[in-house]
Design a binder for this molecule. Structure first.
Ligand code: KG4
Ligand code: ZN
Length: 343
């Protein structure tokens, strides 16, 4: 019988559920919480309350859209970290009750594993081992992904995540939250060589973006009020493009070096920032030059979604990995600890 995996994601401000039948995504429902935009960032307490309100209708819609009933489900996958404690708890408690009630296995999924397995949603997918650059609002890591959930982390950000840098710079420029999509759109009409912001390479494959954010702040503060207003009126696109190029350059450079040093030629870019137009364009160019195959999930699966959690859970189910009922939320869960056994 085909496996029917329900995947649930509630680690931040998206309440999401999806159904994967025999390894194919049949439905994916995401309810993004709009309330946070008014606050310029995610408000944890509001997020958990919204998850509580949304989780039942979102899961119900995922089942209806997939054309399956509750009784068809053979396993429930759920994000149990990293993320906001209260938000994680809503999804995890719901998933435990649901799986227990149905008498099917519970499969805890690390949110980052979800992003890593998002490249298996499309027909064309990488072969193991592949290099995976995870670039989201909370994480920036370069990882070698082996079969059966073995990961070697080559490098991580030492401070801000790439998406966080986009969000913070957008805030400095008064562009609203989340900042990535707005900066991407404005940068499309800008000149990336207008101003050279620093490309930070702290060593190995590690990243650092907080200095870049500060350098944008110092750059803007270097003008008096009147000049700054004029500059932003005339050159907002150019400033966005220059900042964006600094982020893209260090990300693409790290991937390029990793291809060279590991000899691995299947590469993936996942997480919200992989939606970025300049990153997609420059990474494609680099991959072509390096003779590598590049995989980037379609936009709806780059940002947080339930399909990637259901897909990772499907792979775990196939590998015989399930979680105990004592599984708890791990807000600081990291990729380089063996996560499936954590209770
Ligand atoms: O993966 P994701 O949806 O959530 C996390 O797990 O963090 O990523 C959200 C992040 C936000 O920081 C957002 O600004 C960024 O992804 N983002 C982008 C773009 N679309 C979303 N950053 C740059 N360019 C984009 N087009
Ligand atoms: Zn994410």
């Amino acid at each position: 019988m085909d496996s029917v995996v329900l995947g649930i994601e509630s680690s931040c401000d998206d309440t999401a559920a999806a159904v994967v039948v025999a390894g194919r995504v049949r439905s994916s429902i995401v309810s993004s919480q709009r309330i946070h935009a008014d606050f310029g960032g995610v408000v944890p307490e509001l997020a958990s309350r919204a998850h509580q309100r949304l989780i039942v209708p979102v899961v119900d819609s995922a089942l209806v859209e997939a054309g399956v009933t509750r009784e068809d489900i053979t396993a429930v996958g759920v994000t149990y970290g990293p993320g906001l404690a209260g938000s994680l708890l809503v999804g995890l408690s719901f998933a435990k009750a649901y799986a227990l009630g149905l008498g099917v296995p519970l499969i805890g999924v690390n949110h980052l594993e979800g992003h890593i397995y998002s490249v298996f949603i499309e027909d064309e997918s990488p072969a193991f081992p592949y290099l995976c650059l995870i670039v989201s609002g909370g994480h920036t890591q370069l990882v070698i992904v082996e079969e059966n959930f073995e990961h070697s982390v080559l490098g991580s950000t030492l401070d801000d995540a790439a998406g966080e840098a986009f969000d913070k710079v957008a805030k400095l420029l008064d562009l609203g939250y989340p900042g990535g999509p707005v900066i991407d759109r404005l940068a499309a009409a800008g000149d990336p060589s207008f101003h050279t912001f620093p490309r930070s390479r702290p060593g190995g494959y590690d990243f650092s973006f907080s200095g870049l954010k500060t350098s944008v702040l110092y750059y803007l503060n270097g003008f008096d009020d009147k000049t700054r207003t004029m500059l932003l009126e005339e050159h907002l696109n150019d400033i966005c493009a220059s900042f964006q190029q600094a982020v893209v350059d260090v990300l693409v450079d790290a991937l390029d070096r990793a291809i060279d040093e590991t000899g691995i030629r299947d590469i993936a870019i996942v997480g919200g920032v992989s939606a970025n137009t300049a990153l997609r364009r420059d990474a494609r160019k680099m991959a072509d030059a390096a003779g590598a195959r590049l995989f980037i999930p379609p936009l709806e699966y780059s940002v947080d979604n339930g399909a990637m959690i259901a897909m990772a859970a499907y792979f775990k189910l196939r590998a015989g990995i399930t979680s105990p009922w004592t599984l708890t939320a791990h807000p600081d869960l990291a990729l380089d600890r063996q996560t499936s056994q954590i209770a």
